[in-house]
Design a protein. Structure first.
Length: 172
C-alpha cells in the first residue's frame, strides 16, 4: 500500500495581507524594564570601581604606624622592629646618612625623599623613626631639632631577597 505524503502548509491558504499563518506579532519588551536594568548595572559597576579605587589608594598611602616616641640607644635597637633614635648627623651619602648618639652609629636610609643629600645637614640633631633591619634604619619620619616633622614614606624598604632575573632585566 503506498503512503501518501501531504504538504499541509501548501494546502493552507495565506492571508491576503502577507503575514504568516498562526503567528502572533512579536512584542518588544517594555522600554522601562530594559532602561532600569541597564541603569542598575551601571550603578553597580560604578560602586565596584569606587570601592576598588579606595582600596588601591589605601595600599599606596604611607602607613600610619609610628615608632615609639621615646628614643632608644642605637646600640640597643631591636632588629626588625620600629624604633626612634635621636642623634647627630655625622656623614651623608646621597639618600642615606649616619646618625650618632652616645652608644654608637646607625645608617639611615631615607628613600627618594633624601636624594641629593639635601634632606639633612652635617652636625644637625635629628630624631629618626622607622624600621631597623639588616643593619640600618628605613626611615619613615624625620623630626628636626625645631620640631618640624618630615614624612619620608612607609617603613620597611624594598622587598627582601634577590631580585628575580626577569625583573632585573626589566628594571635595568
Amino acid at each position: 500500500m503506498p503512503i501518501e505524503h501531504t504538504n499541509e502548509t501548501a494546502a493552507t491558504p495565506l492571508p491576503q495581507d502577507g503575514s504568516a499563518p498562526h503567528t502572533k506579532p512579536h512584542k518588544a519588551p517594555p522600554r522601562g524594564r530594559h532602561f532600569a536594568a541597564t541603569a542598575i548595572a551601571g550603578i553597580a559597576l560604578l560602586g565596584f570601581g569606587a570601592v576598588a579605587g579606595a582600596g588601591a589608594i589605601a595600599m599606596v598611602r604611607p602607613n600610619a604606624e609610628m615608632a615609639p616616641m621615646t628614643p632608644v640607644a642605637i646600640s640597643t635597637m631591636p632588629d626588625w622592629g620600629l624604633v626612634t633614635v635621636k642623634g647627630k648627623v655625622v656623614e651623608i651619602f646621597g639618600n642615606k646618612f649616619v646618625v650618632e648618639d652616645q652608644s654608637g652609629r646607625a645608617l639611615v636610609e631615607t628613600g627618594p625623599s633624601g636624594e641629593g643629600g639635601k634632606l639633612v645637614a652635617k652636625d644637625e640633631t635629628v630624631s629618626v623613626q622607622g624600621r631597623f633591619e639588616n643593619g640600618f634604619i628605613h626611615a619613615t619620619y624625620l623630626t628636626r631639632a625645631d620640631g618640624k616633622i618630615e614624612a619620608l614614606g612607609p617603613a620597611g624598604g624594598p622587598p627582601h631577597g634577590k631580585m628575580p632575573g626577569w625583573l632585573r632585566h626589566v628594571a635595568g
